[in-house]
Ligand binder design. Structure first.
Ligand SMILES: [Zn+2]
Length: 92
């Protein structure tokens, strides 16, 4: 966890452009966006991937993803949106 980039961003040890946050999650713009509004949502409690995250924390992340999608729809009026997660090296 000590070398986790996302935890460092959550802790404010690395810079980020924060889009939205609550007591459980943080949403911030990807430093290398593949599309306008490319936002990452992470839990405040470290979890390596979907196999490690608790069901409760996963639900909190999902709630934030939903809020961010609504925010991006209002801000950027996209024709569509992708919601994606990668677990394991084979998945990227
Ligand atoms: Zn972490």
């Amino acid at each position: 966890m000590s070398d986790c980039t996302f935890c460092k961003i959550v802790a404010g040890l690395l810079p980020s452009y924060r889009v939205l946050e609550d007591e459980h999650t943080l949403a911030f713009l990807n430093i290398r966006p593949v599309s306008p509004g490319h936002t990452l949502v992470v839990p405040r409690v470290h979890a390596r991937d979907v196999w490690e995250i608790s069901e409760v924390s996963h639900g909190e992340v999902a709630d934030m993803v939903h809020r961010v999608a609504a925010l991006l729809k209002t801000a950027l009026a996209p024709e569509g949106v992708n919601v994606k997660h990668n677990t394991g090296e084979a998945a990227g």
